[in-house]
Design a binder for this molecule. Structure first.
Ligand SMILES: [Zn+2]
Length: 231
């Protein structure tokens, strides 16, 4: 894989490390991952059959009388916990040797920067990326000035930007799991749980337009199947 240069533009909080499309190997010799090879209608059927279809679609909507940022906060905590548990089940299969580059299929790889300790994006293995990311999010969630524990305490002005960055990066873990570890997920019989968590996540980010479509490209067909699935 030939990593392209990562952007260093800032989002106000940390550098934006957009997915880099590798110049070499794109489309050539891509490993066949069964799920990724399924047709749009097969994926649509899969996500229609996934638990919590209609209720999830309703569940992501902003409840009446709830502050938008409060709703973002509550759901961000949930999505963090889902990814923590799902990825946690795979740690013995996602190692520095199996996944020496944090990637989502042959065309996308991700570098790490938190904008505080690591300001210039660095190449990391998938388990390093996951560890850095989950630790970074956990620290943010524990910070009362960012995620206030008490109702009525104001959120920081950059809260929505920060949540978008968190969700964008959590998506990358899903993308890595689906591209690199779906066989194990099936063998562990956690595929239905993965699909449900991912569907919930996608419906939420779609409802509030929290993650740009370019970021979703590594799982474009699946995202499409979810947002177009019948309730
Ligand atoms: Zn991995």
């Amino acid at each position: 894989m030939c990593p392209s240069e990562d952007g260093n533009s800032t989002t106000g909080v940390q550098p934006e490390e957009t997915p880099s499309v590798s110049r070499a190997g794109a489309g050539a010799g891509a490993a066949a991952v069964p799920l990724m090879d399924r047709t749009a209608s097969e994926l649509k059927q899969l996500f229609e059959a996934t638990l919590g279809g209609g209720s999830l679609r309703e569940a992501v909507k902003l409840p009446q009388g709830i502050d938008y940022r409060e709703w973002l906060a509550v759901n961000t905590v949930d999505f963090f916990n889902h990814v923590n548990v799902l990825y946690g089940a795979l740690t013995e299969f996602c190692t520095h040797s199996t996944c020496p580059i944090m990637s989502a299929g042959p065309k996308y790889e991700y570098r790490w920067a938190d904008g505080i300790i690591v300001t210039a994006p660095i190449e990391v293995t998938a388990p390093e990326y996951a560890e850095f990311l989950l630790d970074w999010i956990e620290d943010l969630l524990k910070d009362d000035s960012i995620f206030p524990k008490n109702l009525g305490v104001p959120f920081p002005p950059n809260f929505e930007v920060l949540v978008k960055t968190i969700l964008k990066r959590l998506f990358r873990i899903y993308a890595h799991i689906y591209h690199s570890h779906f066989n194990i997920v099936e063998r562990l019989h956690v595929d239905a749980h993965l699909h449900t968590c991912f569907k919930h996540f996608v419906l939420f980010i779609w409802e509030f337009r929290l993650v740009g479509e370019a970021e979703l490209a590594p799982l474009h067909d699946m995202v499409d199947a979810i947002v177009k699935a019948e309730p």
